[in-house]
Design a protein around this ligand. Structure first.
Ligand code: SIN
Length: 291
């Protein structure tokens, strides 16, 4: 398949600083509280191209974060976490200084990849951030696709992945910071099928659709699928496809969820980290090349 390259637009209403050669950018000089439709449109366009944006120096309470998020689209739903009082679409993830053990999201994953219609955008707002530590890693599944050989691309081009929500509820329930809905158990029974090679709905740039939830390929056993899945996951984590995002209080980080995997770094024992989170609905993942 031909690789689609999209010229990156120039932005005049903010300063945009790319984080690496393959993924991510920082935006400075805007106030999301007062964002016009034009500004939101420009941020959305930047997101289409960079896939992860860290918008610095915001001052948002939950109501303002909700207002900003809904300008990017309707809530996607979240079958797992209990929402913040008064806001169906927000959750607050608190890691206290006393908490030990894994942080949720420390394994590479795409958010809710096992849903039939996974969120298009995830947005987090840093309420309390340690002075050092608690960064988030992102891996571009577009750059990873483009970094495959022609033969490997042909091999995976028509594969359909089976994604399972099994274990997600238990994983979240094990963390007291991530209060889970009693009904969240339903995730254990959810299995969805998505093409392994999808494309971004606007730019049409192809990307892998892989996550920890990918268990096998349609028509293959788990044992047959496993080596390919493991190869694709480790390939996507190659350093040249990643960026590491450093947080600060007041940072809004948003990512185009189906085009990347991310991982939270568990390196801040004894420190408190609090983020607000919401997700934005999109269309179901589209196979690349119109399959
Ligand atoms: C997540 O996996 O959504 C959490 C990322 C983070 O807390 O940095």
């Amino acid at each position: 398949m031909t690789i689609i390259t999209n010229p990156i637009p120039k932005f005049t209403c903010f300063e945009l600083r790319p984080l690496t050669g393959s993924i991510g950018a920082e935006i400075v000089g805007i106030d999301l509280n007062a964002a016009s439709d034009e500004l939101i449109g420009n941020v959305h366009t930047a997101l289409d191209h960079y896939h992860v944006l860290a918008i610095r120096d915001q001052s948002l309470d939950p109501a303002a974060f909700h207002e900003v998020a809904r300008k990017f689209g309707p809530f996607s739903g979240n079958p797992i976490h209990t929402p913040l009082d008064g806001f169906d679409d927000l959750v607050r993830f608190t890691r206290s200084a006393e908490d030990r053990g894994p942080v949720v999201g420390e394994d590479w994953h795409m958010d809710l990849a096992w849903m039939e219609n996974p969120p298009a955008i995830t947005m987090l707002y840093g309420e309390e951030i340690p002075a050092v530590g608690g960064d988030t890693l992102f891996a571009s599944l577009s750059a990873a696709y483009e970094g495959l050989s022609d033969a490997m691309r042909s091999l995976i081009h028509n594969l359909i992945g089976v994604h399972s929500g099994k274990g997600v509820y238990a994983l979240n329930a094990a963390q007291k910071a991530f209060s889970v809905r009693a009904s969240g158990h339903v995730a254990d029974d959810i299995e969805s099928q998505h093409p392994v090679v999808c494309c971004h709905p606007k730019t049409k740039r192809p990307h892998l659709y892989i996550s920890g939830s990918l268990t096998r390929f349609v028509g293959m056993t788990e044992a047959e699928s496993r080596p390919i899945i493991e190869f694709l996951k480790s390939h996507a984590q190659r350093l040249e496809f990643t960026c590491r995002l450093r947080w600060a209080p007041g940072t809004v980080t948003m990512w185009f969820n189906p085009c990347l995997m991310h991982a939270a770094i568990n390196d801040y024992p004894g420190k408190r980290r609090v983020v607000l989170r919401t997700t934005v609905a999109g269309s179901p993942p589209m196979a690349a090349g119109g399959r």
